[in-house]
Design a protein around this ligand. Structure first.
Ligand code: G6P
Length: 487
């Protein structure tokens, strides 16, 4: 093995490591990406390159749950500029149809390039010759091209867990060419939906004059899934321990339990959902005494002012609705601002008659898939946004436009009144879909495609490349730069 290569034949590269140390225990990192990838990485004994979630953290690499965790250090300034700034205040809203206005800042972009380069250097130092490198999500779009330059021998896959916007929106990004050319460093570029594939391809053609498929790239939709068998087993355990009954008893044995489980994020449509339920209480379409809405809002990105504002507005709204409708026996809306272990989430799924997965925009919405997997054989109704990737597959859900308050209210009312035979049939059909297209099949399909390609560079206009090395020699030699910047 050359000193410039590492020992890992399979690397997962994501903004966050799959877990973080909280007091003395390991806690799973938040979000669908980690939930999806951790079992895949464990199965492949992968090296996982990511940030610990803590600024200026000098944790050393270590083994955990069958993976090697390889931390990339982010300074406090980089957390502000790259993570909170470029990734989550520029790209995140832009890729979610400008759900709030994206902000464009040159200093954020500088920091973003620097952090992506550090990730690429960590890959270059950790990958065995000919390794498969699987880069994930919108925070690391420049990494594929940067890795390609450092290690022309490795196969590079990129998967985007969030939507890819229509070219008319994407074109707003001042660094659009650099981002596209960063992605084109990958041999296989995967998205959640066909529409995302079309948007990306159109952007490459219109903004770079490159058709990625004609240039030998595999660009495909790989809709992500959940581990259906694992969820079924957890559901059985929760039932054995009477957890769903206990939850319903704690809620005051209501007739109907509606549930929302989301990161507290603008894309999730939490406010719109609360307002729709309020209107149903106002009009008497739903009874606030016999109905309980449980909204679990997982804390997220709390240092970003827009997220703090959203939290304040959600909490004001919950307070107002409960002030209007709560009786002495309890509140109509139970708002829980915290994270739960997955075992408890499954118990919540079993306790809920209706799941409201009504995001304004969502790459997939794994909560919807988890709910139907947990409810197999038990009935229950899924109300699902047409703007979530899951709507392509879970066609038996009550599909709704969450921006349309009347339609959302009507879908919730219909869900509550659905007779149990109909609900069963729908859940069974959706649970079968989820079981057929398992998480394992998703990963296998992507990795098989990655295995099938020969790693190859693609010529992009030089001005389109983010931080391209100034000296052509460095490009040709593929030399691995010093790792000193990583610590
Ligand atoms: C979504 C994104 C992930 C991200 C997660 C949690 O699922 O697709 O890339 O990790 O949210 O967000 P956070 O900013 O806390 O990592």
């Amino acid at each position: 093995m050359s000193p410039q290569t590492g020992r890992h034949s399979f690397l997962v590269v994501a903004n966050r490591l799959p877990c973080r140390r909280a007091a003395d225990a390991w806690r799973a990192s938040p979000g669908g990406l980690v939930a999806t990838l951790a079992p895949v990485a464990t199965r492949h004994s992968a090296g996982w390159i990511g940030w610990s979630g803590i600024a200026d953290d000098d944790t050393d690499p270590g083994e955990h749950a069958g993976m090697t965790l390889i931390p990339v250090r982010l300074s406090a300034a980089e957390v502000t500029a790259h993570y909170e700034g470029f990734a989550n205040s520029t790209i995140w809203p832009l890729y979610h149809d400008n759900v709030i206005a994206p902000r464009f800042s040159r200093s954020w972009w500088e920091s973003h390039q620097q952090v992506n380069r550090r990730f690429a250097e960590a890959v270059a130092a950790s990958a065995a010759p000919g390794a498969r490198v699987w880069v994930h999500d919108y925070q690391l779009q420049l990494v594929p091209q940067m890795v390609r330059r450092l290690r022309p021998d490795v196969r590079i896959g990129f998967f985007c867990h969030i939507p890819f916007p229509p070219v008319g929106l994407f074109a707003q990004l001042p660094w659009r060419a650099e981002v596209l050319s960063g992605l084109l460093g990958a041999d296989v570029i995967g998205f959640q939906r066909r529409a995302d594939v079309e948007n990306f391809t159109a952007a490459c053609i219109r903004l770079l004059g490159i058709d990625p498929r004609a240039e030998g790239r595999i660009v495909e939709a790989y809709p992500v899934s959940v581990d259906s068998a694992h969820i079924t087993a957890l559901a059985r355990d929760a039932e054995r321990q009477d957890e769903p009954e206990r939850i319903r008893a704690d809620l005051g044995d209501p007739q109907t339990v509606l549930l929302g489980i989301d990161r507290l994020d603008h894309t999730k449509g939490i406010l719109e959902r609360l307002l729709a339920v309020e209107e149903l209480f106002d009009t008497g379409a739903l009874d606030p005494v016999t109905t309980r809405l449980v909204q679990i809002a997982v804390p997220s990105r709390e240092a970003i002012p827009a997220y703090r504002d959203l939290r304040a507005e959600v909490e004001r709204t919950v307070g107002r609705i409960n002030g209007k409708f709560a009786g002495l026996g309890g509140a109509s809306i139970h708002y829980l601002h915290r994270d739960y272990p997955f075992e408890s989430v499954v118990a919540w799924y079993l306790a809920a008659d209706v799941l409201l997965a009504t995001s304004l925009r969502d790459g997939m919405n794994l909560v919807a898939k988890e709910y139907v997997a947990a409810r197999r054989g038990r009935g229950g109704v899924l109300v699902l946004s047409e703007f979530a990737g899951a709507a392509d597959e879970l066609t038996e859900a009550l599909i709704v436009n969450p921006h349309d308050r009347d339609a959302l209210g009507a879908a919730i009312t219909r869900a509550v009144r659905m007779e149990s035979g109909g609900a069963h049939t729908r859940i069974e059909a959706m649970a079968a879909t989820v079981a057929d297209r398992s998480l394992c099949a998703w990963a296998t399909r992507f990795l098989d495609d990655l295995e099938s390609v020969s790693p190859a560079a693609l010529t992009v206009p030089p001005e389109a490349e983010a931080g391209a090395p100034a000296t052509p020699e460095a490009e040709v030699s593929g030399a691995v730069p010093s790792m000193s910047a990583q610590r």
